[in-house]
Design a protein around this ligand. Structure first.
Ligand SMILES: [Zn+2]
Ligand SMILES: [Zn+2]
Length: 152
C-alpha cells in the first residue's frame, strides 16, 4: 500500500492521493494542496504528469515563454552595444571625413596657388611668345601682301 510522503499515512479511496511522476512518491490530494476536483481531473487526464513540490522545484521550466524574457534582455543589451559601436564608428568616420576635407581643401588651395603662379609664369611666357609671333606674323603678312601685290 502506498503511504503519503507528507503525513506518512496510507493513501486509499477514503483518503485519496496521487503519485509523483518523478520521484514516484505518493501524496494525499489534501497534503498536496489539491482540491477533490483537481485530483479528479488529474486521475482522468492520463497525459498530465503530476509532480510533487520538491520535484517541480528541481525541474527547470521548459516552456518557451519562461525563457523568452531573458533572451529579450540579452538582445536589448547586444543592440545597445552595437548601437554604441556604430556611433563610435560614425564619429570616427565623421572625423576622418573632416580631416580629409581639410586636407583636400588645403591641398587644393596650395595647388591653386602653384597653378596660378605657374600659369602666370606660363602666361607671361606665352604672352612674350605671342608678341614675338604677332611681330613675325605681321612681318610675314606685310611681306605676303607685298608679294601678293607684286604677283597679282
Ligand atoms: Zn498525506
Ligand atoms: Zn516528486
Amino acid at each position: 500500500m502506498a503511504k503519503c510522503s507528507t503525513c506518512s499515512t496510507l493513501v486509499n479511496k477514503n483518503n485519496p492521493g496521487l503519485q509523483c511522476s518523478k520521484c514516484k512518491k505518493w501524496i494525499h490530494g489534501k497534503c498536496a494542496s489539491l482540491s477533490a476536483e483537481q485530483l479528479n481531473v488529474l486521475f482522468l487526464t492520463k497525459s498530465v504528469e503530476w509532480q510533487c513540490k520538491t520535484c517541480v522545484g528541481k525541474t527547470k521550466p521548459t516552456r518557451l515563454s519562461c525563457i523568452l524574457p531573458d533572451n529579450e534582455e540579452e538582445e536589448t543589451y547586444e543592440a545597445e552595444e552595437t548601437g554604441t559601436d556604430r556611433d563610435t564608428k560614425m564619429m570616427l568616420q565623421e572625423i576622418k571625413n573632416e580631416v580629409q576635407t581639410t586636407i583636400r581643401r588645403e591641398l587644393k588651395r596650395e595647388i591653386q596657388t602653384v597653378i596660378r603662379e605657374e600659369l602666370q609664369r606660363s602666361l607671361q611666357f606665352f604672352s612674350d611668345k605671342i608678341d614675338d609671333y604677332e611681330k613675325t606674323q605681321k612681318e610675314t603678312t606685310e611681306k605676303n601682301c607685298f608679294n601678293g601685290q607684286t604677283t597679282a
